[in-house]
Design a protein around this ligand. Structure first.
Ligand code: ATP
Ligand code: MG
Length: 362
């Protein structure tokens, strides 16, 4: 019998700093996964946009760049930014335009405590299953819409306005996605987060859309929280939460907290999705370029591996995604852990350990 392996074209953008190290590691692990699965293969488009590109041409994305990415089935991204370039410039020159231009309007951030790692919360040390969340982040508007301006710049009277834009269609589509996500999980539990006591326009619109969409999902137990109280609840009652939906800014902050509660920012994955599937979705660990540890071979590649697993799942290979996570957890449980997780291993040792686990599963 001849079987044809499915070929996926992946654009990989390693970027800067540890982004290049964790992306290399993820590519190696994905190649191994494809090999042991036998059901699919990857064709890579190696995209070398980074801070060097910005210094040379004043932009991270060269002309024709978006069209190039649109030819791929998915995008794998590392991290971008370097200390000589202000963070808001690198963010607004690469990652935010990609999310906007490729209509990636939701950002999904799963968090749980992987086997072999541990949480700083004593309740989760006693019972790691107490923390198992999916944060659904609005990824296209809100506080990161880029609206606002500065008047009297550079003078003692300087005024900066930062305008958050919330639109009904924008809120509605992410709210539906969050309810669908919650409905597809065993506990069918959704918490919607705003700051609608202090912000009375866009946040109140979020509340209104939540009430409407909620009526369509009688099977989902939904509640709402103010973002400040939510931080306490995440720490004090992790088990009371499952799926969480919040604005661009709020979910950004809550997902860093979630990553820390699950053990390290180095393990946290994210998926920038275009749920219409008209454009390729983009998968990236949530960590940044981390100049302090770049080039030392110590970066934790698990966030990149988990993001790779989410990419493979999005491409329709759920079994392979599960297998990859199983390998990651087996390796961690056997001691292949980087320093941020309290271990002794470097990036390469963890990568080799995961590949070895994958081989052992055939
Ligand atoms: P950004 O501005 O993009 O958020 P950053 O460099 O300011 O990036 P992060 O890289 O997200 O911040 O992380 C902050 C710190 O956490 C890093 O400086 C590093 O010490 C640590 N860290 C982040 N990612 C990892 C990782 N994968 N492995 C080990 N440590 C990490
Ligand atoms: Mg950061």
């Amino acid at each position: 019998i001849r079987t044809t392996a499915r070929l996926y074209r992946i654009a990989s953008i390693p970027g800067d700093g540890i982004g290049t190290e964790t992306t290399d590691a993820a590519v190696q692990v994905l190649e191994k996964l494809a090999e042991v699965s036998g059901k699919f293969a990857f064709e890579w488009d190696h995209v070398d946009w980074n801070s060097k590109t910005y210094r040379e041409i004043g932009s991270y994305i060269p002309p024709g760049g978006i069209e190039r990415l649109k030819k791929s089935d998915a995008i794998f991204f590392g991290a971008c930014g370097w200390p000589d370039i202000p963070d808001h410039i690198s963010l607004w020159s690469l990652i935010l335009p990609l999310r906007h231009r490729l209509n990636q309007y939701v950002n999904v951030r799963p968090t749980r405590i992987l086997r072999g790692t541990s949480s700083p919360l004593s309740s989760c040390v006693a019972d790691p299953s107490a923390l198992d969340w999916v944060i659904v982040r609005e990824n296209s508007e809100g506080e990161y819409a880029g609206q606002g301006g500065t008047t009297h710049a550079g003078t003692p009277l300087a005024v900066g306005t930062e305008v958050a834009i919330f639109t009904r269609p924008g809120i509605e589509r992410v709210m539906r996605f969050a309810f669908d996500t919650a409905a597809g999980r065993p506990r069918k539990l959704l918490t919607m987060v705003t700051k609608s006591n202090a912000q009375r326009h866009g946040m109140v619109l979020w509340d209104a859309v939540y009430d409407e969409v909620r009526a369509e999902y009688p099977d989902v137990a939904a509640d709402r929280m103010l973002v400040d109280a939510m931080t306490c609840r995440m720490v004090l009652r992790p088990r009371s939460l499952d799926t969480i939906v919040a604005t661009n800014l709020h979910a950004d902050i809550l997902s860093d907290l979630a990553a820390a509660l699950a053990g390290s920012i180095g393990i946290a994955p994210s998926s920038n999705l275009d749920p219409t599937r008209e454009n390729p979705s983009m998968f990236e660990p949530i960590h940044g370029s981390a100049p302090d540890i770049a080039g030392k071979g110590v970066a934790n590649p698990v966030g990149a591996f988990w993001s790779a697993a989410e990419m493979v799942r999005w491409l329709g290979q759920g079994e392979a995604a599960d297998r990859l996570m199983e390998a990651v957890e087996n390796a961690a449980a056997k001691g292949a852990r980087t320093k941020d997780l309290g271990g002794q291993s470097g990036t390469k040792e963890v990568t080799d350990a995961v590949c070895k686990e994958l081989e052992g599963m055939t």
